[in-house]
Design a protein around this ligand. Sequence first.
Ligand code: G1P
Length: 293
Amino acid sequence: MRKVRKAVFPVAGLGTRFLPATKAIPKEMLTVVDRPVIQYVVDEAREAGIEHFIFVTGRNKAVIEDHFDIQFELYNTLAERGKDEQLERLRALQPVPGQTSFTRQQEPLGLGHAVWCARELVGDEPFALLLPDMIMHSQESCLKGMVDLYDKSGGNVVAVQECDPAEAHKYGIVAKGAEVGEGFEITAMVEKPAKGTAPSNLYINGRYILQPEIFAILENQERGAGGEIQLTDAMIRLGDSQKMFGFHYRGDTYDCGSPEGFVEANLAFALRRPELREVVENVMARLSGASRG
Ligand code: G1P
């Protein structure tokens, strides 16, 4: 079984739902408490044992590359001022040289196309794919649970969670077959099913482990839902020749691609910080009282 060493992060999206904040700043660099959204997702990958981080970027995304670089002047200044704690925090998050790669999706043709843009950097090995809109919190990270399943099952692994059936048309949806270890066989998949037609309420939450054969399929994938080249459509075809397993993730997920999810993520992550918890609780109590009054 080939180990999952590489992870792909598609970060080319325009972030139109966050304008004007995203006019000059990538949506992946918006902060949840004191970390950019992309940092949470990269940390999840690192925790799952990923060794190489591949970013599929676009125009106006160069600051993501800067974020994962060393800032010598800043580091020196922190050292001179004895700010060892801050320095250590930055160093702990710093990828080692050669551990990151960047390529560009030149046109917004959809998630399937973005993944295909990473084919040369991934090469002929299985890889993880993490959609940075989704940030997660649980005892053991979502991708770590998926890697553990994959190490036993092989094939392809897609993480799913339950959604309100009325929301199923917004996502990729899978149908559940026989249980296999910590996961289950996927018997059907559909991207953004028309309202009332979804085969279940298990939605694809943005974490995948895929075999490299997906690239040859994406190469000639026709446009699907929304006129975009859809990854889910290519996975359906990959499922004809390879195993597709679902991993039912039970932790918390925040969709930072929507203002509602982004605000919720900020509150939830602030409440988890011991030094912020009380202040956030007090502010929320005061403000919710004021808004009722
Ligand atoms: C993408 C995937 C979809 C998945 C979703 C999770 O859709 O195509 O299958 O459920 O991410 O966020 P998008 O959000 O890009 O429309």
